[in-house]
Design a binder for this molecule. Structure first.
Ligand SMILES: CC(=O)SCCNC(=O)CCNC(=O)[C@H](O)C(C)(C)COP(=O)(O)OP(=O)(O)OC[C@H]1O[C@@H](n2cnc3c(N)ncnc32)[C@H](O)[C@@H]1OP(=O)(O)O
Ligand SMILES: CC(C)C(=O)C(=O)O
Ligand SMILES: [Mg+2]
Length: 535
């Protein structure tokens, strides 16, 4: 059964974290990281995973193929690849998607005059012919074909209707309307969708989809407005990452549909009070997915980010706290538990044992192997010696450090020591173990302690790189808080990120730098470029 005939009584969640999300400057993911995110997206319950743009690089082709093989099972989500409206792109998408039980080719071509004139240098009639031919070509490989008229919101409506009619006649099963440059307001999106529904023959035989960008901060509002006007698929990303200012955030769309279901129900022909969810998303997996994506892309989440920001469920002011204590709903429209953040029932500290630690991890959604659990527990005890109370945020940072942040092969940090002060030249002494087991030590001076650490590690590891971003985020409040350091390094035209947490931010910086360098080291290995190690 095609998806068009399945699901118009709910919203199909099309996740494009691994395609548009990965277009966020600096958020490049390798195939292994993409696979880890795809597995988590499947657990989250997304209907479609846009796994990449197969033709764009051999690495992305492989990532789409591996996700198709390992996540695109019969009972799993649809796996999709983007393709320009060219034979080469469509062939690459079809080949990479071959192992998927439910493959989808998403082909697109610009339709606005500004894109036609300056980018494609083609006439309207040429674009119309290309759309017709390429949708039919995609259809020769798979049943499920999505078509996007790029820059739809700035396209002459009459021409847009014509292109969409042609795409449907050629076999498209989903028609996606992109507000490519994030230009529309919610009211305009409503008018655009209504116009399409009223003027495109057979539009009701396909799934109508919306793709919003966040240039004016309106991506979520625009997507919700489109839903009110009959759209039944939303394209979105975890944490709203994506090209420029990003895309509509999955967690915002899903929680808006969940928390305000009584408002949205009538748009789905349901009775106002129906409690049947409007998406298939397991909302309790949202927080974990958000953390994983932030971790692997190196894109930090702003504390006041809706749904998943550190402050989203925090109450600071007395009047609010008083209200919450008396009756939670005075200042909360949803519970932290609904996105997978449990209430803090057991206080963990230096006297806690493995059982309490394991139980808390389970509640936070982490299932660790015995070996990973032991590593994380040892780190927990070290931190508990320095910090009075360990919060869920601390535990999560530690576990991510011990499991997701560690790049298996590469250099290991053995020792870091820093001397600094107002009358001293900041000096770092670093010891690392090389991939082939040599123990190397070096000392360097820098403009500050972090710079000294950076110089000393670079001197030992000898991999050319440029530090383009260094940021520190406090995991919780207080003087004894864990700090998470994010580092981004550039090597030629590629960017590699690393993250680490510690109560000492200089130590966290050393680990984060080495984690980023290890990603770069592995990349050099795949390119067969030798890394020189100082003797
Ligand atoms: C709105 C969006 O998010 S669209 C998706 C954007 N994502 C990306 O671009 C990421 C991946 N992209 C890439 O890796 C590369 O751009 C590639 C592999 C796709 C193409 O690389 P190149 O062949 O070197 O082309 P380049 O990127 O310089 O220019 C794009 C070309 O595609 C053409 N093009 C753009 N969109 C389309 C389309 N939908 N259908 C057909 N051709 C298109 C452009 O006109 C240009 O052609 P030209 O070189 O004849 O002028
Ligand atoms: C490829 C399309 C859907 C896109 O990302 C956009 O137009 O923003
Ligand atoms: Mg986009």
């Amino acid at each position: 059964m095609s998806i068009a005939s399945q699901a118009t009584d709910r919203v199909i969640i099309f996740d494009t974290t691994l395609r548009d999300g990965e277009q966020s400057p600096g958020a490049t993911l390798n195939a292994e990281e993409k696979l880890a995110i795809a597995h988590q997206l499947a657990l989250l319950g997304v209907d479609v995973i846009e796994a990449g743009f197969a033709v764009s690089s051999p690495g992305d082709f492989q990532a789409v193929k591996t996700i198709a093989e390992q996540v695109g099972k019969a009972d799993g989500p649809i796996i999709c690849s983007l393709a320009r409206a060219t034979r080469k792109d469509i062939q690459a998408a079809a080949e990479a998607l071959q192992p998927a039980a439910h493959p989808r080719i998403h082909t697109m071509i610009s339709t606005s005059d500004i894109h036609l004139q300056y980018q494609l240098k083609k006439s309207r009639s040429e674009v119309l012919a290309i759309a017709q031919e390429m949708v039919a070509y995609a259809k020769s490989f798979v049943d499920d074909v999505e078509f996007s008229p790029m820059d739809a919101s700035r396209t002459d409506p009459e021409f847009l209707y014509q292109v969409l009619e042609t795409a449907i006649a050629s076999g498209a099963t989903t028609i996606n309307i992109p507000d490519t440059v994030g230009y529309c307001t919610p009211k305009e999106i409503g008018i655009l969708i209504q116009g399409i529904r009223e003027n495109v023959p057979h539009i009701d035989s396909v799934i109508l989809s919306i793709h919003t960008q966040n240039d004016l901060g309106l991506a979520t509002a625009n997507a919700l407005a489109a839903i009110e006007h009959g759209v039944r698929q939303v394209e979105c990303t975890i944490n709203g990452i994506g090209e420029r200012a990003g895309n509509a955030a999955l967690e915002e769309i899903v929680m808006a549909l969940q928390v305000r279901k009584h408002y949205f129900n009538p748009y789905f022909g349901r009775s106002v009070n129906s409690d049947v969810p409007l998406t298939n998303i397991k909302t309790q997996e949202i927080y974990k997915t958000s953390s994983l994506v932030s971790q692997l892309t190196g894109m930090l989440i702003q504390p006041n980010k809706a749904i998943v920001g550190a402050n989203a469920f925090a109450h600071e002011s007395g009047i609010h706290q008083d209200g919450i204590i008396k009756h939670r709903q005075t200042y909360e429209i949803m519970e932290a538990a609904s996105i997978g953040l449990p209430e803090n029932r057991i206080v963990l500290g230096k006297h806690s044992g493995r059982n309490a630690f394991r139980t808390r991890l389970k509640e936070l959604g982490f299932e660790l192997s015995e070996a990973d659990l032991n590593k994380a527990f040892n780190r927990f005890k070290e931190v508990a010696d320095k910090k009075k109370e360990i919060s869920d945020w601390d535990i999560e940072a530690l576990v991510r450090d011990e499991t997701q942040n560690q790049v298996e092969s590469g250099f290991q940090l053995e020792h870091v020591q820093v001397i600094c002060g107002d009358c001293t030249c900041p000096t770092a002494t670093i010891t690392v173990v090389t991939p082939d087991g040599k123990i190397l030590t070096d000392a360097s001076v820098g403009t500050g302690p972090v710079d000294a650490v950076y110089q000393a590690i670079n001197h030992l590891v000898q991999i050319p790189n440029q530090l383009i971003e260094f940021s520190v985020q406090s995991v919780t409040g207080g003087i004894d808080a864990l700090g998470t350091v994010t580092i981004r390094l550039a090597y030629q035209d590629r960017i590699f990120s690393g993250q680490a947490s510690d109560t000492d931010i200089v130590v966290a910086a050393a680990y984060a730098h080495l984690n980023a360098l290890n990603r770069l080291y592995r990349y050099l290995q795949t390119q067969k470029i030798p890394a020189q190690v100082s003797e």
